[in-house]
Design a protein around this ligand. Sequence first.
Ligand SMILES: Nc1ncnc2c1ncn2[C@@H]1O[C@H](COP(=O)(O)OP(=O)(O)OP(=O)(O)O)[C@@H](O)[C@H]1O
Length: 349
Amino acid sequence: MGSLVLQNVSYYYNDTPVIDGLNLTVGKNEIVCLLGASGCGKTTTLKAIAGVLEAKQGRIFVDGQLVSDEQTFTPPEHRNIGMMFQDYALFPHLTVASNIAFGLDKATKLQKQTRVNEMLKLVHLEDCGDRYPHQLSGGQQQRVAIARALAYKPSLLLLDEPFSNIDPLVRFELIADIRRIIKAAKVSAVFVTHSKEEAFAFSDTLAIMSSGKIVQHGTPEQLFSMPSSKVVAEFLGQGIYLSAKVLTAAEYQTPLGVVKSFNEHSDNSNIGQIYIRPHHIELHKHNGQTSAAYTAKILSQRFIGSAYIYSLIIAEQEIEVAAQYGQSFDINESVIIKIKPHTVNFFKL
Ligand SMILES: Nc1ncnc2c1ncn2[C@@H]1O[C@H](COP(=O)(O)OP(=O)(O)OP(=O)(O)O)[C@@H](O)[C@H]1O
């Protein structure tokens, strides 16, 4: 059994379902990120796991222990779960060391001191034990918050938007740092964010939520290359749909010609749509050729340092495509569009 198992969990506010038969298993030492549109129920799911609210249906196991079902409700303080939220919630009148020691109420003075020193070392704040929170940067305060959450050796850590108040310039450094700390502590974690970039940088796996359910759970690569539904495909990338007819197991007829696939078509349907991401598209100079070429007009451009990104309309949908190194086009220029062979995501109609 995983470190955390949610089986058919539901929760509703005033009869409106917010979590609706949700299933999720988080393995030992796995960091999973709950991702989904605003209001899809991510924070409510964290609260049900923490025991801050009582799930109306289903079963929740933490480290193999049943903590919630129709007959059982283990209160938050007995679930052995650490929590970390965006506002750090450090006690301003306590030193860093006292903040970290706060949850260690059953330990002796010596045990507390030893654990606080271990935690300060883990988060690289050995010299800050006597400081107060206001004497630390936002990133340092967040490291104290994680030290406090890990001090009593929880089996699971819940993180709700922990990086959203951190300066964007240092955010990804802090994310790498906190990921390292969690991995060193060998704890499982459930992380909620709005940012795909944070999710990719911080998590081992992503669980995409929609309408109160997990619609797909897997590594970022699995979800990106083989999304199980349009919701997942659209959530992870800004692509376009092309109508598609299955020609052979690895070829599709589209309005932009035949698209070749690395994977075999497994569905028994013949008509549908394929989802094309920007990196599947190649732009080429027209150079006066007309034969069998599929073209589009450049609408706008922006420079990102290493390349130009061009905006164009393909199959009546706007998409941004990066030019290859050294390539450049003019606004309004007509360019040839080629779709590279790739692992095709086909969705039947
Ligand atoms: N106390 C409440 N009473 C009634 N409805 C609530 C309450 N708390 C949350 N909701 C509703 O439940 C739904 C899910 O809320 P939740 O906070 O879990 O979403 P979320 O996915 O975390 O959203 P966000 O990404 O915006 O933080 C929303 O529609 C929200 O309006």
